[in-house]
Each structure stands twice: as C-alpha cells, then as structure tokens.
Design a protein. Structure first.
Ligand SMILES: [Zn+2]
Length: 427
C-alpha cells in the first residue's frame, strides 16, 4: 500500500494553472512540419527542453533531421531495475482551411473550460501533462526505485522518424515500460491496430477516348483490384471477426488515381493508374499472409483482364497488343501491439486512474499506430496509450481539449509513475 499522505504529497505538486499555461505555450508554437512555410517542431521542442532544464532535469536535444529535434528528459529517482518512459510528440498536423476555424489554430483560446487550437488535443495538452507530472514526482522527494525518461519526439504524424531515432540512439534500451501520451479520453488503451500500406500500379496504354481500341485502358484492372480488396476485407471479417478492443479489420483503398500523374481528361484513355491501400489489422491476422494475398490479387487481376481483352478481340476479329502490367509495392508495415493486462505498467495505470477518477477504468484499443508501436515492436516494451481529449477530435478544425480532463490526466500520469517506481511490494 502506498500511504495516502504520499499520494497527496505528489498530487499537491500538480498546479492546474501550470498544466494549462504550458499547454497554451506549446500550442502557440506552430509545429506543423512544413519546410516551405518555415515551420517545424524546433520551437516547441526548445520550449519543452528549457522548461525541463529549469526544473533540474537532465536534458539532451538530438537532431533527427534539420530543424527536427528530439528532446530526451531524464531523472533517476533511485537505484532500481525499472525505467518508465513518457512519450509525447511535438509535431501537429496542418490546420487545413483556416476559414473552417472559429478560433486561431495557434491562439490557444480558452472558452467554457475548453482550450481550442491545433495540438490542444493531439497531443500538446498531454505533453504538458506528462512534463508537469514528471516534475511533480521529482520535487515530491519520495524514495523511488528506478528512473523516468521523457521522450519529447518529432515526426509522429509523418513517418515516425523521431521514435526510430530515439530507439536507434539507445535511449530505449533501459526502458521497461512506456506511457504513450495521446488523446484517448481517459481510456486505458492496451492494444493498437497494425497496418500494411501498399501501392498498386497499373500500366496500360494511353489513347484517344474516341479510339479506345488503339490503347489499353487501366480502368478494368483498377475495378478488379478495388473489388478484390472488398473481398479480402469480407474474408478477414469472416475469419478473425471483431476484436474486443480494436473492432473490425479493414482493407481500404484510399487513393484511386488515373492517370497516376498529370491532369485527367475526359477524352483521354489513361495509360497509368495507381491505387493506395491502407490495411488495418487486428492481432489475429498475419501480415505475411496479407502481403501474399495482395500479391496474389495482382496475378489474378492480370489474368482476368487479359482474358477479357482476348475474348473482346476475338468477338471483334481484331488482334491488339495487350501487355497489361500490374505491380504492388509495400510502403509500410506496422505490427499490432498488445500489452498484457497483468503487466505491472497496466496495474499502475489502472491503480492511478482509479485513485483519480474514483471509477473502474475502461480498457480500449487504438485504431491507428503511434510512436508506441515502434517501442513495442522493436524493443519489446509494454505500452499503455492514455491521455486527455475526445478521440474523434484529432486533426479536425476547432480541435479542443477539456481542461479539467487535462489536469486529471497530469494527476493520473504522476500516480502511474509513483506506483510503477514505488519500492517494495505494494500491490
Ligand atoms: Zn498524436
């Protein structure tokens, strides 16, 4: 048992105003990765680094790519085998069309208990909460066993090069558990969907729309690929069913383009087409089998379309050169993650949530990949994804976060670390 007075001692060190103020300052740094506009994570990272240095943390700034730093914040509480990582990213997605916003996306406007702005929800509020939580624990001066690492990382919204650099530099080597600070509305997420992304390219022959027989249209192949994806999705739904935490698997064609480059024109048969596919998986699916199924779809499509052209030619008594070419290239492969409910990290997160909310916490899954995916896949680190913010709000116009929930999150983060690093058997 952790004494009540110790718990209160940590919580007393979380000043709600500081959580709100740090969130606002981070939101005011436009950290959209946009080299042409001259914006990057640099300013937000510098702010986080300065904030942590001022509180006596050991802070390292590493350049992942020009203007794209990672900030690594360390504090060793006492000797012990455990190192808890808090991870939060500094980049935000574009605000998009500004006329869709009621408030300045980088103004951190507060109204009726909500802060509005890009990153308030995903995930600068949670980044501020984790920093304040780390500082609360540090100043509480309680004997703890182990260390805390804060990974304030770049490029989560892009290719996740920040976390990969963090791992490649050895910073994750001693980490025994990680809290991924993302907007999950107070839920404790112990699973994340996996992803396989692929690009199908179809090559036919360009021609005049009035003389289609002199060309080779890519459309029949495109139609069969889309149809094939729907079939694969139906099969997956049938065989693996609905995951209790992650829901259904999906095979989604997201970009369908013909011609693949240049302007489309009504009277031109496109010579090339492309389809981008975003497959999202649940733990019972095998990624190698999915890759094979997508490659088989290529063979199947070529065979069927050529067969159709052959039959059409025979009917018309002509002989066209039909050398249809279809290829598939895999763009990324991210595994599902699943942290055991019995893991000490999960026990700590559950205990902390219960202490703060007074309710039994709810388990859930994350539909997308996060930086935690790499910590789990490359370093076998158990992860829990949790934080403040409505789960539907990320990347929307007028993004917002509830400030009471944000302060509650800072308290949950602090108690999670307290429980995880508390010496002796206290469970
Ligand atoms: Zn995020």
């Amino acid at each position: 048992m952790i004494p009540k007075v110790t718990i209160q001692h940590v919580l007393d060190r979380i000043d709600p105003e500081k959580v709100v103020d740090l969130t606002a300052r981070l939101v005011r740094c436009n950290s959209v990765w946009d080299p042409q506009a001259g914006t990057s994570e640099a300013e937000a990272a510098e702010l986080a680094a300065r904030w942590a240095r001022d509180r006596g943390f050991d802070v390292t700034v590493e350049t992942v790519a020009p203007d794209r730093p990672n900030v690594i914040i360390r504090w060793t509480a006492g000797p012990g085998p455990r190192t808890l990582m808090f991870e939060g990213h500094t980049d935000v997605v574009t605000p998009g069309n500004l006329s869709q916003w009621r408030y300045d996306p980088f103004g951190a406007h507060i109204e009726k208990g909500r802060m509005f702005g890009r990153g308030t929800n995903d995930t600068k509020g949670n980044l501020a909460a984790m920093l304040v939580a780390m500082a609360a624990l540090k100043t509480a001066d309680i004997p703890l066993a182990g260390a805390i690492v804060g990974g304030v990382l770049c490029d989560e919204e892009g290719m996740m090069t920040g976390v990969q650099h963090f791992i490649a530099s050895g910073h994750a080597d001693a980490v025994t558990a990680a809290v991924v600070c993302e907007p999950q509305d107070g839920l404790i997420c112990i699973a994340q969907k996996g992803a396989v992304r692929a690009r199908f390219a179809v090559r036919g022959r360009m021609s005049h729309g009035a003389m289609p027989l002199s060309g080779l249209n890519t459309a029949p192949a495109v139609a069969r690929i889309i149809d094939g994806l729907a079939r694969l999705e139906a099969e997956a739904i049938h065989t693996v069913g609905k995951d209790p935490l992650l829901g259904w698997p999906s095979f989604t064609p997201t970009v369908v383009q013909a011609p693949s480059q240049g302007p489309p024109q009504l009277n031109v048969v496109p010579g090339e087409a492309e389809i981008l596919v975003d497959v999202r998986t649940t733990p019972d699916q095998n990624h190698d089998a999915i890759r094979k199924a997508l490659s088989d779809l290529v063979q199947h499509t070529v065979r069927e379309v050529n067969q159709c052209y052959r039959e059409a030619d025979r009917r018309m008594g002509i002989r066209r050169p039909w050398e249809l070419d279809v290829t598939v290239r895999f763009l990324s492969d991210r595994p599902c993650t699943h942290t055991d409910r019995e893991d000490p990290l999960v026990a700590s997160a559950v205990w902390a949530s219960r202490q703060i909310s007074g309710r039994e916490p709810e388990f859930a899954g994350v539909p997308g990949a996060t930086d935690g995916t790499f910590l789990w896949a490359l370093k076998d680190i158990p992860i829990v994804t949790m934080g403040a913010g409505d789960r539907q709000v990320p990347h929307q116009a007028d993004e917002w976060v509830d400030l009471d929930q944000l302060v509650e999150t800072a308290r949950i983060y602090a108690l999670t670390a307290l429980h995880y690093l508390y010496p002796g058997d206290h469970r």
